[in-house]
Design a protein around this ligand. Structure first.
Ligand code: UD1
Ligand code: CA
Length: 496
């Protein structure tokens, strides 16, 4: 089929008015996944398999969506309640096949208009192709229309058997096909549009006379045809769209294809992706133009990245907000906000509720959690900042630890504007460091430091003169020290 028509508003309204019901079949065991997670909850590009199908269905604006659930019912239902609260679920207690699942879905349905039926394991299916199937179905006034594709390796799919005149005769499953039928490359996508009345009259006539002893929805095509119905097969150009996920190999294949599609979309929209094969962006992420992404990077969940940001190499961002011009190198960030022009990494770990201000920095080997870092403030090296508020223009010296946990509870630390925290400070919360204050390097600060004060909390230094010569005589250290002493004596003598 050709590309979706760019501007068909009148027809679209008319078509949507006809799309009464969508039924998504999601009750299968997914045996081939060998998983304790129901198959339809496995994810591709950050969205469940069933989530992808429902996402494609959404833009068709059907009056109602019914999802048939069975295997892993509770998990699937609670997932659906989260991602698509308006769908109705129907319980298929015994897996009697796609035909049986459809019978249950139709049981108490107000039968009018068109019904669209889909499997839940075809994540690459687009709403454009669904719309085209519906357009064809309505334009030709067909009883049933099946979405098909020519697959270079049709193994495992139902084959499309056409009559001499090209019309669709029937669909035969791989296991029930003879050698002649197995040689057919055109396969069933598992997506169908039906005249709801006629489908419901025919669906009761299915039998389980097949290799799996199940009721096949595919058999309804031949029944409808024999009753004088007209059947269309809509062949889509790109077979990738109809790829079903039945095992982990197909899961990885679909994920790689979707990665390529997502990356291509962003590149065409002006994002530089240096190595698209090692860049994984979830379907839910948003990235503006002139962002640069280096290899080995994953951009996950609801992450948004504003223009001019530079991400990677090897950065993982999950549900983060990255503002314009920020740089994130080789770091892990989760539910964090990275301010305009801020610098992160290498090797930083920013956890939930970290908010970095404009031009701020979380440098090498820095971990943060529930921490607000003010504009222009820097935490450049080797620090942990937990449960803290840091003002503007402040510098946190290397290896400073915000000691937020007393073993029972977490406590907060507030650091003011233009503060200088000395290297290797322990800031023991609850604590407040006033504006412009300093702390001495190596201090364990347990009490508030007022604005402008220098907080010192460490042992005073004492030098035990000659200790090395006495206690370590004969060592290289002692020899060096003796030589230094001799040289000092010599120069003192010269000075006279
Ligand atoms: C099905 C089609 C096949 C098509 C392929 C496309 C049938 C008989 N075969 O085969 O022609 O080429 O999809 O991917 O329809 N399900 C239920 N209840 C059941 C059984 C299945 O809800 O009792 C659901 C599954 O969760 C799945 C969908 O129906 O989402 C298809 O079932 P699956 O077992 O994956 O069918 P295939 O063997 O792939
Ligand atoms: Ca399947």
């Amino acid at each position: 089929m050709a590309e979706p028509k760019p501007n068909p508003p009148v027809r679209l309204t008319h078509m949507s008015a006809n799309l009464e019901t969508v039924v998504v079949l999601a009750a299968g065991e997914g045996t081939r996944m060998k998983s304790s997670t129901p198959k339809v909850l496995h994810e591709v590009a950050g969205r469940s398999l069933v989530g992808h199908v429902l996402h494609a269905v959404q833009s068709l604006k059907p009056k109602q969506v019914r999802v048939v659930v069975g295997a892993g019912r509770e998990a699937v239902e609670s997932h659906l309640a989260e991602i698509a609260p308006t769908v109705t679920t129907i319980f298929q207690e015994r897996r009697g096949g796609t035909g049986h699942a459809t019978q249950l879905a139709l049981a108490d349905l107000k039968l009018a208009g068109t019904i669209l039926i889909l499997a839940s394991d075809t994540p690459l299916l687009t709403s454009g192709s669904l719309q085209q199937l519906l357009d064809l179905h309505h334009a030709g006034g067909f009883t049933a229309s099946v979405l098909t594709a020519e697959h270079p390796d049709p193994t495992g799919y139902g084959r499309i058997v056409r009559a001499d005149d090209g019309s669709l005769l029937r669909i035969v499953e791989e296991r029930d096909a003879d050698d002649f039928e197995k040689a057919i490359y055109e396969v069933n996508s598992g997506v169908y549009a039906f005249d709801a009345h006629k489908l419901s009259a025919a669906i009761g006539k299915l039998n389980d006379n097949n290799s799996q002893g199940e009721l096949y929805l595919t058999d309804v095509i031949e029944i409808l045809r024999n009753e004088g119905g007209t059947i269309a097969a809509a062949l889509i150009e790109d077979f990738v769209e109809i790829l079903g996920v039945n095992d982990r190999v197909q899961l990885a294949e679909s994920a790689a294809l979707m990665r390529d599609q997502i990356n291509e979309g962003f590149m065409r929209a002006g994002v530089t992706i240096v190595d698209p094969t090692t860049t994984w962006i979830d379907a839910t992420a948003k990235i503006e133009n002139d962002v640069t992404i280096y290899p080995g990077t994953a951009i996950l969940g609801q992450t948004t990245i504003a223009t001019g940001a530079v991400i990677g190499p090897r950065a993982v961002l999950e549900s983060c907000t990255v503002l314009s011009g920020a740089t994130i190198i080789e770091s892990n960030c989760f539910e964090a906000t990275i301010g305009k022009g801020a610098n992160v990494g290498p090797y930083s770990y920013l956890r939930k509720d970290t908010v970095l201000g404009t031009d701020s920095k979380a440098g090498a080997f820095v971990e943060m959690k529930n921490a607000k870092v003010g504009d222009g403030s820097k935490v450049p090296h080797l620090s942990y900042v937990g449960d803290a508020t840091i003002g503007e223009g402040t510098n946190i010296g290397a290896a400073t630890i915000f000691v937020n946990y007393d073993g029972v509870e977490k406590h907060h630390t507030t650091v003011g504007d233009h503060v200088r925290i000395g290297s290797d400070s322990m800031l023991v919360a609850p604590l407040t460091i006033g504006d412009g204050a300093y702390t001495a390097a190596g201090s364990v600060i347990t009490e508030d430091v007022p604005a402008g004060a220098m907080g010192v909390a460490r042992g005073r230094q004492r030098n035990v003169i000659g200790w090395v010569m006495r206690k370590r005589s004969g060592t290289q250290s002692a020899k060096s020290a003796e030589a230094a002493e001799a040289a000092a004596r010599h120069s003192d003598e010269k000075k006279g």
